[in-house]
Design a protein around this ligand. Structure first.
Ligand SMILES: [Zn+2]
Length: 364
């Protein structure tokens, strides 16, 4: 199994609802870790969205005639046709995976024809094809033939959370979170905040009080480059000279605060974005009576960590791990435009997933 760590940053507030559950003053609550009560992005949302984006990316490489003419894709000798149909050269994850010739946009989303057979699905207008890289990576189920996906996605948990302080916006985290994210234990121990204090890394706030929202803390300074420590862990093996994810472009070491584990959940939950909306009566154009509701969301600028693992399948018609990773890497750009979660047409959902092996684009 190839494990790849990823870092992501929300560019809009992110709303992933639990589906009508009311706690306290919020009507539309978001998904949380059941133990820490810290909000997160579940792996199911990540995988489901990524499946659609990979199908979009793959499909964009077919020429228009090929997209239309599904009948030409059946039969044994259409390999040649497929190579011609693909508009780009050098995209090995597109051309080398033989099953891609059956791919269509229907491979994204839910299977509409789970009861049809694998043979029929090759030329059918609906339902998963069961052969292409999208179906192999995310799985499919057909009558008498199904396969688990090759990629396993973890939840995206909060690593750094933006808060307002009198020194400007800063990002909080805790020792438990850093440890779970894989930062070196000894380093985490060194920066553990003493009772009722927080750890900071900025010379200018040394020995001063710092407010996090409405809470006031004494700050202890440590001389550790925690930002690099985080990136060092997220950076995956392979090329050793590749730059770590671009986190430092957004957050510097001076902007990070370590708060006690006992209080981080409260701070995050009291600094979520909440919006109060009201339904509009289409006849009068005014607010509808009793239609006021509130929603909460993870704010813009939150940094998440997580991973995905790719299972190796030695069979010849299975896509190589390398192609799976390329396909995921190339399709992740859609998270920056189409987003994840709910209300993406209302200013929510965009998220940047940082490159996990340096810069994208250069293949082979
Ligand atoms: Zn497919």
């Amino acid at each position: 199994m190839d494990k790849i760590n990823i870092l992501a940053m929300s560019q809009d507030p992110i709303y992933i609802g639990t589906g009508g559950f009311t706690i306290g003053r919020v009507d539309n609550t978001i998904v949380r870790d059941p133990i820490t009560r810290i909000p997160k992005i579940p792996g199911t949302s990540l995988a489901g969205t990524w499946r659609y984006y990979m199908a979009l990316t793959l499909y964009s490489y077919f020429n228009d005639k090929y997209k239309m003419d599904r009948s030409s894709r059946s039969g044994v000798d259409c390999d040649e046709l497929f190579i011609k149909a693909v508009k780009v050269k050098g995209k090995r994850w597109v051309t080398e995976v033989k099953g891609n010739k059956y791919a269509a946009i229907k491979c994204a989303g839910q299977d509409e024809e789970p009861n049809s057979t694998l043979e029929r699905s090759e030329t059918s207008e609906s339902g998963h094809c069961g052969h292409c890289i999208v179906c192999k990576v995310f799985g499919y189920s057909k009558n008498g033939n199904s396969e688990r996906g090759m990629a396993y996605f973890s939840d995206l948990n909060i690593l750094l959370f933006p808060v307002y302080t009198r020194f400007g916006t800063m990002w909080i985290t805790s020792t438990d979170i850093l440890r779970s994210a894989g930062v070196d234990k000894d380093i985490v121990k060194e920066i553990e905040p003493q009772e009722d204090k927080v750890t900071i890394f900025d010379e200018n706030i040394k020995n001063k009080n710092i407010n996090i929202g409405w809470l006031n803390f004494k700050a202890d300074k440590e001389d550790i480059d925690i930002c690099s420590e985080i990136c060092k862990n997220i950076k995956n093996d392979g090329d050793s000279n590749v730059q770590a994810p671009g986190l430092q472009d957004f957050i510097t070491n001076e902007k990070i605060i370590i708060v006690p584990d006992s209080i981080i959940s409260q701070i995050i939950n009291s600094n979520l974005e909440t919006r109060t909306s009201v339904s509009i009566d289409p006849i009068t154009g005014a607010a509808k009576d009793k239609a006021l509701f509130t929603s909460e969301a993870i704010p813009r600028g939150t940094v998440f960590y997580g991973n995905f693992r790719i299972e190796e399948r030695p069979l010849s018609d299975e896509p190589k791990q390398e192609y799976v990773e390329k396909a995921l890497s190339e399709s992740k750009k859609f998270f920056e435009t189409l987003g994840i979660g709910g209300m993406t047409t209302r200013g929510f959902g965009r998220m940047k997933i940082f490159d996990w092996r340096g810069k994208d684009g250069s293949e082979d």
